[in-house]
Design a protein around this ligand. Sequence first.
Ligand code: FAD
Ligand code: FES
Length: 248
Amino acid sequence: MQLSCKNGRVIENVNLSKDVFRIEVEGDFNIKPGQFFMLRCYDEEPILSRPISVHDNEDGVVSFLYQRKGRGTSIMTKLKKYDDIKLTGPLGNGFDIEKIKGKIAIVTGGIGIAPMLYTVKKLRECDIDLYAGFKDEIYSVDEFAQYVSNIYISTESGQYGYKGYVTDIFSPFEYNVVLCCGPEVMMEKIVKVCKTYATPVYVSMERHMACGIGACLGCTCETKHGNKRVCKDGPIFYGRDVFIGAKC
Ligand SMILES: Cc1cc2nc3c(=O)[nH]c(=O)nc-3n(C[C@H](O)[C@H](O)[C@H](O)COP(=O)(O)OP(=O)(O)OC[C@H]3O[C@@H](n4cnc5c(N)ncnc54)[C@H](O)[C@@H]3O)c2cc1C
Ligand code: FES
């Protein structure tokens, strides 16, 4: 694995919706879809770098789609063109895209859409549908239009698309593989419904991270095969290995 710690230069950092931003950084990396970087744009506080998935990677530019949550991501929103940002990565296993073929459903909740753009761009011999759920405002969906056959949107507020949860509008019927990223409660529902159709589903898991490289065990996640590190063994897991209790 090519892993490096680099200073990248910000190309742009745009506000897409209330708390969601897309930052583009100069950097030439060999990245697998679903991998992430530990990002750092402050000297001392907060102490830990923050894990953010690769949203896109093309022509020496790496993009990240991120949501302002706490101190780390709030500082990130202040970055301007030509500012420096430290990138450690690419990290994690990523999607094994060679094994993903046929009719594919991508199911996302909120900022869980972030790792899926680069993923759909890298999938080969696939017919892809996107199911994207949001609370209220939608973002990033337009970027998928040229890579997928259908886009289905839900919002909890009813402002766009179906009013309700993305899990209400998704059925695994006719899909060969499902890729999912979002809140755990949503991913568990998707794993459960996929189980009834015996459809394989891959989930991208989130844990607080300290080192990001497998050394501190701070990101441990229970799986059918014992405790695994989300940063090193994941973040992509086979859904039924993680949501063991997702009975149909
Ligand atoms: C693999 C992965 C990929 C991700 N990809 C994205 C993405 O593409 N876009 C996006 O918006 N978000 C993503 N996230 C979530 C993102 O990392 C968090 O939203 C971000 O770290 C919040 O940082 P903050 O400083 O703004 O928030 P805060 O809530 O202030 O701080 C969160 C940070 O505090 C520390 N922390 C807090 N509690 C604990 C604890 N109990 N144990 C250890 N450390 C703790 C950790 O460093 C944690 O990251 C991803 C997370 C993971 C694990
Ligand atoms: S964050 Fe340290 S082992 Fe995963």
